[in-house]
Design a protein around this ligand. Structure first.
Ligand code: PBG
Length: 337
C-alpha cells in the first residue's frame, strides 16, 4: 500500500533533493553559507580597581572581575585564540554624582588600556563609555531633579572618551543612549587630535531585561527607576533604524544592535539598510541562560552556543561582542564549522 502511494507520487511530482548536499560533512562544509570564526569576536572584560586578583562573577559562570594585575595574562590568552579585540568595562574604587572616576587619567579603564596596549599593541582595545558604573545613583547620565539630563551628560561622556583615547584605546564605545553622544564624542576626539580613533556606537540599545547579570557584574543597577527614558522601547524596529541612521550621521564608524538574540530581525534589517560595519552584542542574560541550563545538563552548551552565535552572524552581524568569545574560539579550533 504505502509503496504504491510512493511510486505514484514519484511519477507525478517533481521535487528538489537538497539532501544530496547533506550527505557528508565535507559536502555540508562546501555549501555552508555562514562561517563563524574567532576573528568575528570582541571579548568583554570587567576590570575592578579594588581587587588584587581575579574573582568569579556568580551570575556569569566562567566570567571574572579582573584585577589590573591579571590583564596581561588575560589578553595573552585572548590573542592566542585569534580574537582580535576586547571591550573594557571598569569598576571604580569610588562612585559619585558626576562619575568623576570615569574620566580620571588614572581611572581603572585608562590604566587597563595602558597595560593591555603595552602587553600586546596588536590587540584592539575598545572601551565602554558610560556613567552607570561610576555614578552613585547608577544611571547612565547626570541626574537633575529626578531626571537624566541629556546635554549635561554629553560633556562628561566626551571627557571619558578623550581620557580613553589618551590612554591608547582604539575604539570608543558610547553606550549611555544619550541623544547626540556620538556627535559630541566625535567632536571632542577630533578637537584633541584623536581623529584616527574610531567610534563603535551602541546605536540601537534596547531597555532589556537581559542585562541583569551584567548589572551584578558591573555593579551598575540604577538605585531608583529604570533606564526606559533613555534606552529604546523594545517593540520598535523602525525607531532602531532611525537611531542607527542618526549615529552614522553623527560619525559612528561601527554601529550596534543590542541585545542580539531577541533582536535578530533588527540586525537583519540594519544589515540590509546600512553599509557600515554592524556589531551585535550577545548580552549577559543571553550568556547566563545558556550556562545555567547547560550546568543542569538540559542542553549541550557547546552546540547551543555555536548555533546561537552562528544565527547572530547569519542575521547580518559582522562582529559579535560575546562572553562566549573565548569558549567559542576554542571549540572552533577543534571543528570545521
Ligand atoms: C552600560 C552597559 C550595560 C551593558 C553594556 N554597557 C548595562 C546597561 O545598560 O544597563 C549590558 C551588557 C550586558 O548585559 O552584557 N550602560
Amino acid at each position: 500500500m504505502k509503496l504504491e502511494l510512493y511510486e505514484k507520487t514519484k511519477k507525478e511530482l517533481e521535487f528538489d533533493r537538497p539532501r544530496r548536499l547533506r550527505k557528508l560533512e565535507g559536502l555540508r562544509t562546501l555549501v555552508r553559507e555562514t562561517r563563524l570564526s574567532p576573528s568575528d569576536f570582541i571579548y568583554p572584560i570587567f576590570v575592578d580597581r579594588r581587587i588584587e586578583k581575579r574573582e568569579p562573577i556568580e551570575a556569569m559562570p566562567g566570567i571574572f572581575h579582573h584585577a589590573l594585575a591579571d590583564l596581561e595574562e588575560e589578553v595573552t590568552e585572548v590573542a592566542a585564540l585569534n580574537i582580535p579585540a576586547v571591550l573594557l568595562f571598569g569598576l571604580p574604587s569610588h562612585k559619585d554624582e558626576y562619575a568623576s572616576e570615569a574620566y580620571a587619567s588614572d581611572g581603572v579603564v585608562q590604566e587597563a588600556t595602558r597595560i593591555i596596549k603595552k602587553a600586546n599593541p596588536e590587540v584592539v582595545v575598545a572601551t565602554d563609555v558610560c556613567l552607570c558604573q561610576y555614578t552613585n545613583h547608577g544611571h547612565c547620565g547626570v541626574v537633575h531633579g529626578g531626571r537624566i539630563a541629556n546635554d549635561e551628560t554629553l560633556g562628561i561622556l566626551s571627557k571619558i572618551a578623550v581620557s580613553h583615547a589618551e590612554a591608547g584605546a582604539d575604539l570608543i564605545g558610547p553606550s549611555a543612549m544619550m541623544d547626540g553622544q556620538v556627535a559630541a564624542i566625535r567632536h571632542s576626539l577630533d578637537e584633541q587630535g584623536f581623529n584616527e580613533i574610531g567610534i563603535m556606537a551602541y546605536s540601537s540599545k534596547f531597555a532589556s531585561s537581559f542585562y541583569s547579570p551584567f548589572r551584578e557584574a558591573a555593579e551598575s543597577s540604577p538605585l531608583w527607576g529604570n533606564r526606559r527614558t533613555y534606552q529604546m522601547d523594545y517593540p520598535n524596529r523602525r525607531e532602531a533604524m532611525r537611531e542607527i541612521e542618526s549615529d552614522i550621521r553623527q560619525g559612528a564608524d561601527i554601529v550596534m544592535v543590542k541585545p542580539a538574540l531577541s533582536y535578530l530581525d533588527v540586525i537583519h534589517e540594519a544589515r540590509s539598510k546600512f553599509n557600515h560595519p554592524l556589531a551585535a552584542y550577545n548580552v549577559s542574560g543571553e550568556y547566563s541562560m545558556i550556562k545555567a541550563t547547560a550546568q543542569r545538563g538540559w542542553i549541550d552548551e557547546k552546540m547551543v552556543t555555536l548555533e546561537v552565535l552562528t544565527a547572530i552572524k547569519r542575521a547580518g552581524a559582522d562582529l559579535i561582542i560575546s562572553y562566549f568569545a573565548k569558549d567559542a574560539s576554542k571549540w572552533l579550533k577543534g571543528s570545521a564549522a
